[in-house]
Ligand binder design. Sequence first.
Ligand code: HDC
Length: 590
Amino acid sequence: MKLPSNPQSSPEVRYDGKTAIITGAGQGLGRAYALMYARLGANVVVNDVSEKGANAVVEEITRAGGKAAATVGSVEDGDAIVKVALEKFGGAHILVANAGILRDKSFTAMTEQEWDAVLAVHLRGTYKCVKAVWPVFLKQKYGRIVNTASQVGIYGNFGQANYSTAKAAIIGFTRALAVEGRKYNILANAIAPSAGTAMTMTIWPQEMVDAFKPDYIAPIVGYLTSEANEETSGCLFEIMGGWAAQTRVAEDGRWDLITNFSDDRVVYPTTPQDALEQMANNFGHVEDGDDDPYADPEDPELVAKAKRNVEPPLDFSYTERDVILYNLGIGATEKELQWTFEGDDDFSALPTFGVIPQFAASGGISLDWLPNYNPAKLLHGEQYLAIKGPIPTSGDFVNQARILEVLDKGKAAAVTSVVETKDKDTGKVIFENQSTVFIRGAGGFGGKRNGKDRGPASAANAPPQRKPDAVIEEKTLPQQAALYRLSGDLNPLHIQPEFAAMGGFDKPILHGLCSFGISGKHVLKAFGPYKDIKTRFAGVVYPGETLVTEMWKEGGKVIFTTKVKERNATVLAAAAATLVDSGAPAKAKL
Ligand SMILES: CCCCCCC[C@@H](O)CC(=O)SCCNC(=O)CCNC(=O)[C@H](O)C(C)(C)COP(=O)(O)OP(=O)(O)OC[C@H]1O[C@@H](n2cnc3c(N)ncnc32)[C@H](O)[C@@H]1OP(=O)(O)O
């Protein structure tokens, strides 16, 4: 920011013809601002809850030859305040939301009334005044706003949970206004002033109150709300007794140095996109210490810390009942006792049961840091499952989840997580899942578009140009999703019409992993067991539709494609399974 050395005397900082609205202007900081604006040619609307205070300031201004009007009442009545500006002066150009109260109390003792009162005056009052003046600013394509935050809102303070909350919220509010207002020449900044006023008098010693005069704050507010300020917006300034600094957010993503902002790898994000980019850029290089340029491979503790996307391990158990429920959920029948009767000699889980433990683990992975994240817009994009040992029909396990990659697909974000499921007793990994979710509307944050080669987990698996070696058709049930969800994926997208509508579907859709399981069962029936299986979810399936799995045996792999028969739509693509017995012949008749 280019700040004139003395804005009050600088020739370019004048407010002739402009109307400034100042809330809480009956005394203290607000009064100092009101007097400054009036002195520099503005019409001033002096708002205060105290009639005496507001009138005294108006009188002081008019006596000195300036123009001012009082509006007495709460800042929560922003409409009434702005109305005075429009009626008395025919417009509004500057809003300084300054009014505030304190109700300090330790959080333990703070009453709800004390909480509500502070939030009402600071946060709701600021919002109401901005809301009322915003259409005026939009229409004239000009507006300058200074909202009043506080150091307490930045750093927190004992006895001020209510005030800290309101002030922190005002910072975010102001930054959002700056983003939305920029193209209309509406600039909004927040200040965290410290001055001796009636408000701080209750908590500061008298010498401090005397030393830190409100007049020291006014010039910065004056400059920020002047025409001379053509670009500074969305900033936060801490100002006190003639000292001012811009406060920026700094990020250093290295665990070892997270509290040490001392070198040039520290970054200063100014938008959520910047902040997200820092996070997104870090995904993928933290699988082991050697991959992490910031980790010291000599120091195992540091290497462990560098695995920053790792969720804590979570216990997970399942029983034979869970196995049967899953098998039924992907179409096992009462005749297939090996999948539906625990007393059968060959009782077993269908291999894709291995995707189920990840649901218990990935609950810890939150995605709400993505811009415009909307859970209704999330679709399952890809799935890879490696089966690394015989699948028990019951037991105790430990799941470990981590985010592997966050890609920016422009109109969507693609987030890949990895979950390893280990046998709790032996520590042996049984399943590894790599799962990509595709969140429509959450892209465009400036992250990288293409991910790394994840071997069979990201292979393109193009089907060969010949007739399939095996084809299996299976009609799903209208209640397929209602049944399948009981195995762990409780996403309402698959059962609740209203939620499906929010996701853009006219009715609930089938779980991607249900179709995956059904096709995985077809591969098993046609070619026998496999040690890994992968697909891309290329189109939606509705419960009740018929799935047709076309399979081609290529060496030790079965490449497959699944279509919905009724719509001839491809729903599983780039799909393949690696067979345990690579020499297994294609079964001609199924
Ligand atoms: C713990 C485990 C977590 C699992 C959570 C699972 C939660 C479940 O409850 C949710 C579900 O089961 S949803 C049901 C299953 N999934 C679906 O039905 C999705 C079907 N697919 C589609 O609709 C589109 O392909 C669609 C919308 C995905 C993409 O179509 P388009 O927008 O037209 O995309 P397109 O223009 O073709 O490509 C844009 C870029 O995105 C990449 N891409 C496309 N499809 C992808 C997919 N399925 N997965 C990952 N990336 C995909 C493209 O490669 C392209 O990238 P680039 O431009 O860089 O080449």
